[in-house]
Ligand binder design. Structure first.
Ligand code: FE
Length: 198
């Protein structure tokens, strides 16, 4: 199967398109961690599934770092934004096909770390060295004002859950099912969203 042309990306081709990114680029390293990018995202999805999360939340965990690959997506998806943050870019390229239950935890997964560092001392203690390093680059723990604003996010629970699975999905000894295990689930989430929009 050849990769779908990004110029004609649609609800019918998006699952194969993402699968192709996992296949070609998943082995790339996850900066400063002992797992590859695909291992990391598959582990986050596995943790979500083991926790009994809803399908959109599992898909969100699986795709939370897709923003590192937005150069694979059509140019216009990126041109709509001005920043280059991977969390915002990832949510933006998925937004035409996925509900906010998927894109909100992706959009906010860095903010969620800053939120949890401000509200849960035990959370900070379990962050990896690489994640503590990036926390400082990302603005450090949220201020009290930022915390009260962020607490109003409609998908807050899913946002915080995906963040915690993101932090935990860094174990080089864990085996996971491949991307293909999740492909039918992604297709169901996309199809349900298309139906909701019509
Ligand atoms: Fe991640």
């Amino acid at each position: 199967m050849s990769a779908p042309d990004p110029k004609t990306l649609s609800a019918e081709t998006i699952v194969d398109f993402i699968g192709d990114i996992f296949a070609r680029r998943g082995a790339e390293s996850y900066l400063g961690e002992r797992v590859s990018m695909s291992q990391h995202m598959l582990q986050a999805a596995q943790l979500a599934q083991q926790a009994g999360a809803d399908e959109p939340v599992i898909v969100s965990a699986l795709l939370h770092d897709i923003g590192h690959y937005t150069n694979e997506f059509p140019d216009d998806a990126l041109a709509r934004g001005t920043d280059n943050l991977h969390e915002e870019a990832g949510a933006r390229v998925l937004a035409p096909f996925f509900p906010r239950a998927v894109t909100d935890p992706i959009r906010h997964h860095v903010a969620a770390k800053r939120y949890l560092c401000a509200t849960d001392p035990a959370y900070f203690d379990q962050l990896s060295d690489a994640s503590v390093h990036t926390l400082n680059l990302q603005g450090g723990p949220m201020t009290a004002d930022e915390v009260s604003l962020f607490a109003k996010e409609p998908n807050l629970d899913a946002i915080l859950q995906v963040r915690i699975w993101d932090d935990q999905g860094k174990d080089p000894t864990i085996k996971t099912p491949p991307f293909e295990h999740y492909a039918p689930m992604i297709a169901r989430v996309v199809a349900a969203h298309q139906k909701d929009m019509t």
